[in-house]
Design a protein around this ligand. Structure first.
Ligand code: AVI
Length: 326
């Protein structure tokens, strides 16, 4: 059923800066209906994601931490003078890396880049007790923050950009390649790039990670509708939707959807939306691409990097790849 736009219902038109309302109008009226996954992360969504990372069924975070702990010395050697983490989350990953690198590393500028001020404050707290580390935060997009960080060089040495947690998996392939090229463009030849990416594994295991028995991932997904109600004067009945995760083998990705459990009308005033969803109709809210190790190497090489090392967690199938800008 096609969405119907009803200007008459609108109380206040979305302001020019109201990206959420504009994106909602754009993406919810596409076929299939969808929402950009970045909107999953308001304060509650970020807290739910932190909870997901602790679930026994979501092994990505633990696998990556194991690799950072095991290879920290090689990753953060004395030649690195600035580490730039794009999307540091709670700061736990960088903290594990600094601890593993030990006293062998030299003094270090740590740049944290995120659009969320509260995430930056949390990451700063996790890192501020390390000696010889100066922390600088950049509350902005990855691209702008990376450029700012690269301009702010204090003393000679290599930079190391980090993009961990398999955040790369949330980009579609063209967006991912453009992002990797923009990271390369901001770095100088010889600078490093550390990429954490989840690997393809048995379907049952992957589905459990995105549809856990405690329902935390379901709450994370449904919070998007609750956010629409809170921020955009939405009248969406959360009971009318269920969380749905599926493995799209042809595209090598887990997809998260919100499935309408009955025919229902959705009214979202500040986005000027009033439409009907059929029973079984879905809103696609996230893709998490899963890779094979050689695929990670070739996507980095296509973007102007040479791969120096790749470590695989064999228990939970996760890859940490260290590359150099060439
Ligand atoms: C942040 N990102 C890498 C997570 C992932 O695995 O795609 C987000 C997530 N979605 C559901 N569970 C976790």
């Amino acid at each position: 059923m096609s969405p119907m736009l009803r200007p008459g219902l609108m109380m206040a038109p979305p302001g020019a800066g109201d990206r959420f309302a504009m994106d909602l109008r754009d993406f919810m009226t596409r076929q299939p209906r969808q929402l950009p996954s970045r909107y999953l992360y308001d304060d509650l969504g970020s807290a739910l994601f932190e909870a997901i990372c602790r679930l026994p069924w979501y092994p990505l975070t633990r696998a990556e931490l194991r690799l950072l702990e095991a290879h920290g010395r090689e990753i953060l050697d004395a030649g690195v003078s600035a580490a730039i983490e794009l999307g540091p989350g709670s700061g736990a990953k960088l903290s594990a890396l600094l601890a593993a690198a030990g006293p062998g590393r030299g003094r270090l500028d740590v740049h944290l880049v995120d659009v969320s001020g509260s995430a930056l404050a949390q990451a700063r707290r996790a890192l501020e007790d390390f000696e010889d580390v100066r922390i600088l935060t950049h509350e902005t997009t990855y691209e702008i923050g990376l450029e700012e960080s690269c301009r702010a060089r204090r003393f000679p040495g290599r930079r190391l950009a980090l993009f961990l947690g398999s955040n790369i998996g949330n980009f579609d392939p063209p967006g991912r390649d453009a992002f990797l090229r923009s990271v390369r463009a901001a770095l100088d030849a010889g600078d490093g790039f550390l990429l954490g990416a989840d690997l393809v594994k048995p379907e049952r295991q992957m589905l459990l990670a995105y549809d856990d028995p405690l329902g935390v991932t379901a709450a994370f997904n449904l919070n998007l509708l609750s956010r629409i109600n809170r921020e955009l004067q939405g009248h969406v009945d959360l009971d009318g939707f269920t969380h749905h995760a599926l493995w799209n083998e042809a595209r090598s990705r887990i997809e998260m959807h919100l499935r309408s459990s009955r025919a229902q009308r959705l009214v979202i005033r500040r986005a000027d939306l009033d439409f009907v969803m059929a029973e079984g109709e879905m809103i696609w809210t996230e893709s998490s691409y899963k890779y094979d190790p050689p695929e990670i190497v070739s996507m980095l090489e296509r973007s102007g990097f040479g791969v120096r090392a790749q470590w695989i967690d064999t228990i939970d199938r996760f890859a940490l790849t260290l590359a150099e800008a060439v």
